[in-house]
Design a binder for this molecule. Structure first.
Ligand SMILES: NC(=O)C1=CN([C@@H]2O[C@H](COP(=O)(O)OP(=O)(O)OC[C@H]3O[C@@H](n4cnc5c(N)ncnc54)[C@H](OP(=O)(O)O)[C@@H]3O)[C@@H](O)[C@H]2O)C=CC1
Ligand SMILES: CC1=C(/C=C/C(C)=C/C=C/C(C)=C/C=O)C(C)(C)CCC1
Length: 307
């Protein structure tokens, strides 16, 4: 059987890179991977990880999800424009009090995380509909279903992705297309480093003292520890994503982190929406007791899941 063509965005690092390499190295050679990135000068890590798959089961192409022209050029360069599996992965984070962020910074997050997906689909969906086949896989986030303190705009961008996909999924079903949202919790990648460094350098002078203190002494102070105790690797997410791709009837939503599930479950447990907000409030603001107790509980779950 001919290999399925896979286009992945954001392959210069992290989840995109790990997924591209995993699929290109498939022993049964079931995939031909177009690993794309906006800036080809950043391709060295991928070239190294791809090894001898380069030019065979993996090709590298330029694609900036913020440029319609770049998307068109990339898609037109693929034989018959045929993309069997699209993985929309490119994305960026943003943390901090909104008083300290500019509208332009917020717009860039929405433009990349939400409109990036919209631009891709405007170009790729019509071909998939004509062929009545295709799988659209989106790297969303647990923040696509639940907001987190100081992640207001990032969470909004992922909520936008989820609302857009939930609407589109009904049409997709009519055209026999598959659509899956992958929802990781924290993942240890460049994303986490960039977001933390930007947070550390943030000019907090536009925020009141209490807010600035909350951001620095609660959020940033515990950030690394949260990633250490809860964080998955890019390879873990790649493994989950490939499993979903290979499932005959893939689910619409897939959370990758069972340690995080108790938190997202709170959302569905209370239609009024107060339960997750009250719980997060207690976890964050009674942090001396509850926050460290939560982290210990997570450590215990992690230890048990390894046994
Ligand atoms: N890390 C985490 O904790 C989590 C991440 N996610 C999501 O996973 C996805 C991948 O992130 P992750 O691997 O962690 O982070 P990385 O920062 O390692 O990777 C992000 C990738 O997106 C690329 N990118 C950014 N802007 C654009 C653009 N305009 N066009 C094309 N590519 C672009 C980056 O390219 P460049 O190198 O040029 O900047 C990079 O290749 C994102 O959608 C993120 O929201 C979801 C849940 C948790
Ligand atoms: C665990 C935990 C918290 C932090 C969660 C974080 C930081 C999650 C990050 C998720 C990411 C980065 C998703 C990317 O898409 C809070 C809210 C402080 C409250 C206490 C429990």
């Amino acid at each position: 059987m001919a290999p399925k063509t896979v286009l992945i965005t954001g392959c210069s690092s992290g989840i995109g890179l790990a997924l591209a390499v995993k699929m290109a190295r498939d022993e049964q050679k079931r995939f031909k991977v177009y690993a794309t990135m906006r800036n080809l000068t950043r391709k060295d890590k991928l070239v190294e990880a791809a090894g001898n798959t380069l030019g065979k089961t993996l090709d590298i192409k330029q694609l900036d999800v913020c440029s319609e022209e770049s998307i068109k050029t990339c898609v037109s360069s693929i034989p018959d424009r045929r993309i069997d599996i699209l993985v929309s992965n490119a994305g960026m984070g943003l943390i901090g009090p909104i008083e300290c962020q500019t509208i332009d910074e917020m717009r860039t997050v929405m433009d990349t995380n939400f409109f990036g997906l919209v631009r891709l689909l405007k170009e790729i969906l019509p071909d998939m509909k004509k062929r009545k086949s295709g799988h659209i896989v989106i790297i969303s986030s647990v923040m696509g279903i639940q907001g987190i303190l100081f992640n207001d705009v990032y969470a909004a961008s992922k909520f936008a992705v989820e609302g857009f996909c939930e609407s589109l999924a009904i049409q997709a079903l009519k055209f026999k297309l598959q659509l899956s949202l992958i929802e990781p919790g924290p993942v240890i990648t460049e994303f986490e480093k960039k977001v933390f460094e930007d947070g550390m350098k943030m000019d907090l002078s536009a925020a009141d003292e209490e807010t600035a203190d909350m951001f620095t002494n609660i959020y940033l102070k515990n950030y690394k520890q949260i990633f250490q105790s809860l964080g998955q690797s890019a390879e873990d997410i790649a493994e989950h994503t490939v499993k979903i791709i290979l499932t005959e009837n893939p689910p619409f939503r897939h959370q990758t982190n069972t340690l995080y599930t108790p938190m997202t479950t709170l959302k569905y447990a209370d239609p009024n929406g107060d339960l997750p907000i009250d719980t997060f409030y207690k976890m964050v603001f009674q942090h001396d007791k509850i926050f460290s107790a939560s982290l210990n509980f997570i450590k215990l779950l992690r230890w048990r899941s390894r046994k």
